[in-house]
Design a protein around this ligand. Structure first.
Ligand code: URA
Length: 250
């Protein structure tokens, strides 16, 4: 890929576009060992060697992180009053990252953060029907045919019923139970839900339609991506090569 030197430096974490322009003009940037003072100089990201203030740079067009989102932070790139999921990602070099889809402020769990708009579209576009797995603790009396109602589609007040979804009870000896981190909420049942849509407050509204209330919600999977059981709430990591393959990226 060929891009301008100022964009290359900004995208590889060396400052804003205007900051890196100043660095370039001050003679702090070398391209293939020679001082380059033109911010518009085209850089071949595969073959040119760029250093900034004596430090070699490396360029990644896309970055991919999986975050175990904690409750209490909003899924947005910016918020005037509250912390956002982007404040948690400290090791990114890119400034154009965004969360793929949205979890409510009080929802925990798997959130993909990237600057790859095409991947985001592939995962979120309504026609793609990507599975999203959630664990919930639900209060109220869960009807005995709740799973069948989820399968048939639930009226949550939209024009159309929800698309078929699966609902299963999570038992204490279930391999999914570990995701609850030992949390127990008296008077609730633990359930695993898989939906293929991403409507506003969808899981909460589906349970409301059944006369129940979601007291705790955590996403554990999105397409082929599965939240690691060992990734603590509030921690994040870069995606591994096999996960990128699973998502069709490499
Ligand atoms: N459904 C919800 O109700 N909330 C979320 O955060 C995600 C799915």
């Amino acid at each position: 890929m060929n891009i301008r030197l100022d964009k290359y430096l900004a995208d590889s974490g060396n400052g804003t576009r205007s900051e890196v322009k100043l660095l370039i003009r001050s003679g702090s940037v070398l391209v293939n060992g020679k001082i380059e003072k033109d911010p518009g100089r085209k850089i071949n990201t595969d073959s040119d060697k760029v250093s900034c203030k004596g430090v070699d740079t490396s360029f990644e067009e896309f970055e991919y992180f999986v975050l175990n989102k904690p409750a209490g932070v909003v899924t947005a790139t910016r918020d005037k009053t509250t912390g956002t999921v982007m404040d948690i990602i400290k090791t990114s070099r890119r400034r154009d990252l965004f969360p793929v889809g949205r979890l409510d402020k009080d929802t925990e769990g798997l959130l993909l953060i990237t600057n790859d708009g095409q991947l985001s579209h592939r995962l979120l576009a309504p026609g793609k029907h990507v599975d999203k797995g959630y664990l919930a603790m639900v209060s109220g009396v869960l009807p005995s045919d709740a799973a069948q109602q989820f399968e048939k589609g639930v009226d949550i007040g939209d024009d159309e019923l929800t698309a078929p979804a699966t609902l299963k009870t999570v038992l204490d000896d279930d391999s999914l139970d570990v995701y609850f981190d030992g949390k127990e909420i008296p008077g609730t049942v633990k359930v695993h839900i898989v939906i293929t849509e991403g409507r506003y407050h969808q899981i909460k509204r589906m349970f409301e339609a059944l006369g129940c209330r979601v007291e705790y919600l955590k996403r554990i999977s999105m397409g082929t991506l599965v939240l690691d059981k060992g990734l603590a709430v509030g921690d994040y990591r870069e995606l591994k090569a096999e996960e990128l393959k699973g998502l069709g990226i490499i």
